[in-house]
Design a protein around this ligand. Sequence first.
Ligand code: HEC
Length: 118
Amino acid sequence: MRRNLLATAVLLGLALLQIGCSTARRGEALGMPVALGTPAEARGQQVFMQHCQQCHPGGAGGLGPALNDKPLPGFMIRLQVRNGLGAMPAFSERQIAPAELDDLIAYLKALRRAGRDA
Ligand code: HEC
């Protein structure tokens, strides 16, 4: 009787250990809060790193204001990028192609999503 109880306890312990191990999120990059789900978002990140990162580091505020903390509609971002404002330069279609701007906006939306989840 006692033996059975002990065996049950051990089995229960092993089962719990199994559950614990299988739900541990191993191999996930830590300190990489932005989950880039789509190829467009990944391409947008490249455009961002090239043209925007220096003033909006990681989508947060730097020389320019934070972009990841407010629901900026796509057309507002387009307007801002194409025309510039104050200290922010304008970017022509030669610098950022229309398709790249689409990707960039997808990336900025991913950044905002990540900010909201955090
Ligand atoms: C040289 C620095 C600089 C670069 C490069 C830059 N920005 Fe800006 N950005 C600014 C500044 C400064 C402002 C604030 C302008 C103002 O309101 O006078 C701003 C504002 C913005 C805004 C409006 C934010 C708001 O709260 O209204 C958006 C959107 C934006 N930038 C997106 C971008 C994107 C996308 C890129 C890359 C293509 C970029 N910026 C590159 C400096 C920069």
